[in-house]
Design a protein around this ligand. Structure first.
Ligand code: NAD
Ligand code: LMR
Length: 342
């Protein structure tokens, strides 16, 4: 048994707690785009997670080098790198979790939707490979625009007859991480104790933080600045990096947190809840077929989709705008992939 706690000092108390599993249930996790800005630190964090028994790292370039480097870390999991071509099949075979950060990041002045043409094709092709090699895996989409790349992935799985809506997740954890960090800065609280629910999608106005549900009532300019910072937190990083990409390190932490939550739930822990962008019934009557809200995770992936719950009048206004934009993003992804399936 491997019940030792990983107490790496770079991890906060909350992270340390979650990395303390025994290894009675071990899991193969694949990262596609593993040599990238997100892929590398994400793979590193997964190597530190004792719930992971096998780490499979794929990229069109550089994955074997990243794998060789990470494989020297003295945790039990095995690590292997895979290169473009047929190697992706072996990478994906037997994977229970597939994280996809493959794709291009934004530069200043771009929206996430500007990445659609390039990343849509990349995600479509990787989704095809996953649908063929590990149709029952949990697929975690990080590549932007998430609002559209998740529907693209769903359509690919449907076309192969293996779509399971309980196993497809758009990773929106970074929005929750930011919302919690930013309120802690305003209120001088410990961010580890903040857990702000964020619903909707993952771009601009589709990101809706629900401060009222955490008992906060910001007003006027302070409220508007907070909401804007959460909705456009990604732009803050894109600007600061000045053309060298977007958030990578905070995203790696967020992706590792989401994967850890899935692993805990898969290994029997009850009550594991994370906001995530999934095939959701909540606003289907308005034509919005995917939506991020709090989701209880379980051994089968999505266990229960929680409703949005009580919101303030201001939050309802944000939600109305969100739903309109989301519908457009979803329809764009679905239409494009149906016309460009091959
Ligand atoms: N969901 C979120 O919250 C969130 C947060 C940050 C970034 N992102 C998105 O994640 C994506 C990656 O960002 P990054 O900073 O890591 O970019 P990056 O350019 O540093 O890395 C991307 C990696 O993907 C690889 N790649 C490209 N095409 C591939 C393919 N067909 N198969 C396998 N690998 C391929 C590249 O070789 C590269 O190593 C971007 O689309 C970005 O917008 C999402
Ligand atoms: O902003 C971006 O383009 C990357 C990511 O979606 C983020 O929120 O940081």
């Amino acid at each position: 048994m491997f019940a030792r706690k990983v107490t790496t000092s770079v991890l906060g108390a909350a992270q340390r707690r979650t990395f303390s599993a025994s290894a009675s249930n071990l899991t193969k996790v694949a990262v596609l785009g593993a040599a990238g800005g997100i892929g590398q630190p994400l793979s590193l964090l997964l190597k530190l997670n004792p719930r992971v028994s096998e780490l499979a790292l794929y990229d069109i370039k550089g994955a074997p080098g990243v794998a060789a480097d990470i494989s020297h870390i003295n945790t039990k999991s095995t690590v292997k790198g895979y290169e473009a071509g047929d190697e992706i099949k072996e990478c994906l075979k037997g994977a229970e979790i597939v994280l996809i950060p493959a794709g291009v990041p934004r530069k200043p002045g771009m929206t996430r939707d500007d990445l659609f043409n390039t990343n849509g094709s990349i995600v479509r092709d990787l989704a095809k490979a996953a649908a063929e090699s590990c149709p029952d895996a949990n697929i975690l989409i990080i590549s932007n625009p998430v609002n559209s790349t998740v529907p693209i992935t769903a359509e690919v799985f449907k076309s192969k007859g293996v779509y399971n809506p309980k196993r497809l997740f758009g990773v929106t954890t970074l929005d929750v991480v930011r919302a919690s960090r930013f309120i802690s800065q305003l209120k001088s609280t410990d961010p580890a104790n903040e857990n702000i629910t964020v619903v909707g999608g993952h771009s601009g106005a589709t990101i809706v933080p629900l401060l009222s549900q955490a008992g906060y009532t910001l007003e006027g300019a302070e409220r508007d600045e907070y909401v804007k910072r959460v909705q456009f937190g990604g732009d803050e990083v894109v600007q600061a990096k000045g053309g060298a990409g977007s958030a990578t390190l905070s995203m790696a932490m967020a992706g590792a947190r989401f994967a850890e939550s899935l692993l805990k739930a898969a290994q029997g822990q009850k009550g594991v809840i994370e906001p995530t962008y999934v095939d959701s019934p909540l606003y289907k009557d308005q034509g919005v077929t995917y939506f991020a809200s709090n989701v209880e995770l379980g051994p089968n992936g999505v266990e229960k989709i929680h409703p949005v719950g009580k919101v303030s009048e201001h939050e309802q206004g944000l939600l109305d705008v969100c739903l309109k934009d989301l519908k457009t993003n979803i329809e764009k992804g679905e239409k494009w992939v149906k016309e460009n399936m091959n």
